[in-house]
Design a binder for this molecule. Sequence first.
Ligand SMILES: *Cc1c(COP(=O)(O)O)cnc(C)c1O
Length: 427
Amino acid sequence: MDNNKKYSSATLCVQAGWTPSKGEPRVLPIYQSTTFKYDTSEQMAKLFDLEETGYFYTRLQNPTNDAVAAKIAALEGGVAAMLTSSGQAANFYAMFNICQCGDHFVTSSNIYGGTYNLFGVTMKKFGIECTFVDPNASEEELQKAFRPNTKALFGETISNPGGEVLDIEKFARVAHRNGVPLIVDNTFPTPINCRPFEWGADIVTHSTTKYMDGHAVSVGGAIVDSGNFDWEAYPDKFPGLTQPDESYHGLAYTKAFGRNAYITKATAQLMRDLGSIQSPQNAFLLNLGLETLHLRMPRHCENAQVVAEWLEANPKVKWVNYCGLPNNRYNALAKKYMPNGSCGVIAFGLEGTREDAIKFMDRLKFIAIVTHVADARTCVLHPASHTHRQLTDEQLREAGVAPDLIRLSVGIEDVNDIIADIEQALS
Ligand SMILES: *Cc1c(COP(=O)(O)O)cnc(C)c1O
C-alpha cells in the first residue's frame, strides 16, 4: 500500500498492515518463532536499549502481531496499536500504563461486567481507585467525580450488555478540561461504525474476540493510541511517560518517541513485565476476521434492526433496548456517532417470569445459548441465570442488569430464519 494515501475502511480491512515486497508471501505469514537472530552482540544490545527497533523476543513484539495491530491502528485512524491476549488485558494495560498506586480514574458505570470487576475490585488491590459515574449525567455532575490525582476517564461506545450509547464528545470535553485522556472501549461498533478519535477520544481499546475476529475462534484484545494527547503538557501527572524510566537507563518515552510514547511504553514496559501477548497464530486468525469486517458489520446491523422491530411489535415481549429503534433513549446519540448502524446486540425482556425466559431460550433451535456475543452465529445469554447467576433480583438491578434481560446477539444468517426460530420458541 501507498503509505501517503488515505484509503477507505473497506480497503484497509483487506490490505492494511502487510505490504509484501518482491518474492514475499502475499498473505500475512505466521511468524511462529519465539526469537529472532542477529549477527553481533552489539546489534542485540541496541534493541534492548530501545536505541534501534527490531524483533528479538515474541513476548515484546512479533511481526505477525505488529502487522495486525497496524491494520487496527489504520482502521481507527491512530498512530500506533498493540495486540493483547484478551480484551481484559487491553483495558488493564490501557489504564495501568498511566495509573500507578495512589492514582484514581473516573469510569462510566455502564460497562462490561469483567471490566467493572477489574476496575472496581482488582485494580483497587493495586492501590488504584476509581469512581463509577452515570454516563448520562450532566457535565457538572461528571466534573464532581474528578480529583487532583485523577489520571483518565473511561467509557464504552456501546455498553455490553445494556446497549447504552456513550456521548463521546461530552466525555472528551470533561476529560480534557481536567487534563486527562479519554479512553473508549470501542468493541461493539468497531471502527467500521464508529471512530472515537474523530470525536475527541485519545485512546481506544478492543476485545477483538467479538466482531473483529467475528467467528468466535480466538480471544484477543487491542489498544490503539490517537497520538493526540499531550502528556508533556502535564509532566507531573504522567511521570511514567514524561520522566526517565529506570528500567531503560533513564529514557523518557515522550522525549524519545513523541506521538508513539504511550504504545512504546505499554510494549517495552508492561508487555515485557506482565506478558499478556496475543499468540501469532491468534493474530493470524484475527486478521482473517478483519478482512471481512466491513462486509459483516452492515449485515449484523441490518439483521438486528429487523429483529428489534419484530420483537417490539410482539405482544409476548415486554421491552426492547436497541439504539436503532426510533423511540429508543439512545437513538439520537446513535444517529450522531453511528449513522451507518451500531451493532448486532439487542437486549430485551419477555412478559412473564425468569423461568419463562429460560424456557424460551431452551426452545431455540439454531440460536445457541453461549457465553459470547458479536460473532457470525446468532446467540443468546440470560445474565440472571448465567454470567450473573449468584445475584438476587435486587443485586442484579443494582448492577444495571434487569433480571429478565435477554441478550440477543444477532448474527449474519438469513434474518427470516432468525425470526422464525425466535417465533417458534415464543409460541
Ligand atoms: C468481551 C468484552 C471485553 C473483554 O474482552 P475479552 O476478550 O473477553 O477479555 C471488554 N469489553 C467489552 C465491551 C466486551 O464486550
